[in-house]
Write a protein that binds this ligand. Sequence first.
Ligand code: GAL
Ligand code: CA
Length: 305
Amino acid sequence: MGIARYDKNDTFIDALTSCVKEEVKKIGAEKDVETMVTIKAASDSQRQQNTQVKELLAAGCNVLCVNLVDRTDPSEIIEQAKEKNVPVIFFNREPVKEDLAQWEKLYYVGGDAQESGVLQGELAAETILENPNIDRNEDGKIQYVVLEGEPGHQDAIIRTEEAVETLKASGVQLEKLGYGIANWGRAQAENRMIQLINQHQNKIELVLSNNDDMALGGLDAYTKLNRTESSIPVFFGIDGTTTGLEAVREGKLAGTVYNDKEAQAKMIAKLAATLSLADDKEIQQLPQQNYAPYAKVTPENVEEY
Ligand code: GAL
Ligand code: CA
């Protein structure tokens, strides 16, 4: 199996690919087949990833797992794979339907972006309705900012929209103060958050972050600026990374949404095994799109994760 990652510095992708490696090993042992997994990372350049895919194919991989850099630009990878008749399992960065229709041996494994946004919105609504003191200036509205992932990524745009819509539908009055694009990264989020704090001072009551790393970066900003506990807003993340879960346990994050890497890794490994070992009939029955459910994580249930 060849795995192509969009970048090497991504906490969630790191954990997910480790899980895939483990699952492939497990299935190999069960089916008594030798397995080999090679992982490459593309420092956020689609051209570099195309070259890496070429190398993985040349090295003779039987299945490709691709975490696209640019999810709207998989054509070259599809062409190369088709030429060698090697099936492609895209994961986490979802190609558009038209591209998945380019060939029958293309698959997708990920989470449902809409679901993660709705669950984050529900978590935030539940917390706000239970804790009226979150509305610090008592104006009946929650002043909020958003820490956003990469522009163009399904998990950035959709998560933000759905979380906000869900909060509104739950009867929470909102006022958006601003946003910062931080490309999933903790350090970038810290910088964006420092700007937002300088701009809005202690008016910010809620931070919706598209992932845990950026929520943690936002919290780092408050630490760095030496802000008192009472001026720190409530933070919500998505992923349930090791550090994210730790922050929920410590009460620093009010909640997160579990991006089920174990389930996604199982789906990827199972698909890969079927694609390389089963007969055509079984292969034809494989679903092209595969989504693992997300789940809400709060201080009450965090120990289960
Ligand atoms: C998202 C995840 C982010 C980041 C991104 C990379 O699903 O929540 O933390 O890993 O994928 O594509
Ligand atoms: Ca308020």
